[in-house]
Design a protein around this ligand. Sequence first.
Ligand SMILES: Cc1cc2nc3c(=O)[nH]c(=O)nc-3n(C[C@H](O)[C@H](O)[C@H](O)COP(=O)(O)O)c2cc1C
Length: 177
Amino acid sequence: MLNNKKTIVIYSSKSGFTKKYAQWLVEELHCDLKEASSVSASDLDAYDTIIYGGGLYAIGLNGVKLITKNFDLLKGKKLVVYAVGATPVREETTEEVRKANIPTEQLDHIAFFYLRGGFDYSKLTLIDKFLMSLLKIKLKKAKDPTTDQKGMLASYDHPMDFTKKKYIEPLLQYISK
Ligand SMILES: Cc1cc2nc3c(=O)[nH]c(=O)nc-3n(C[C@H](O)[C@H](O)[C@H](O)COP(=O)(O)O)c2cc1C
């Protein structure tokens, strides 16, 4: 078990999956935990290590700009970002998401992890429900659906939760280095 008082985990979570990983991280790190909407860049000055987690929405990492837009202020700190999405862990997807959300010049300074979350249609906002309804129409039209597409369609009726505490292990290892 690690004990690091100068670490904070910040999360932005629409349906609870990213929050669950944030709480697991705090259980292990015994550090501060804050929801992104209650944090401003100046609050981060007090910390040596900042872990930011956000859900993935059309490849965009919810709220990550708190880190990337304030990168100059955060120089010298250990910066870790984790993305939580419904899709299975695949190296090429992780790399695509990393590059889409972290500016090129920051890639070497921000450690990035992808953790599998889940999908709960009932917890979405009206806008997200609308967007997902459009996707559902597209998925239903697919002539030869992939396993991922079939899984996605099934999750509209039955919430899926793929989170596992053990998935935070590589991130914890990085923090302890
Ligand atoms: C409109 C919308 C777009 C999404 N886009 C992606 C995506 O691009 N990649 C992915 O893996 N999951 C995607 N998802 C699924 C969410 O990332 C997933 O449910 C995640 O666990 C949400 O985490 P949160 O509840 O902490 O925000 C999307 C979900 C919605 C509603």
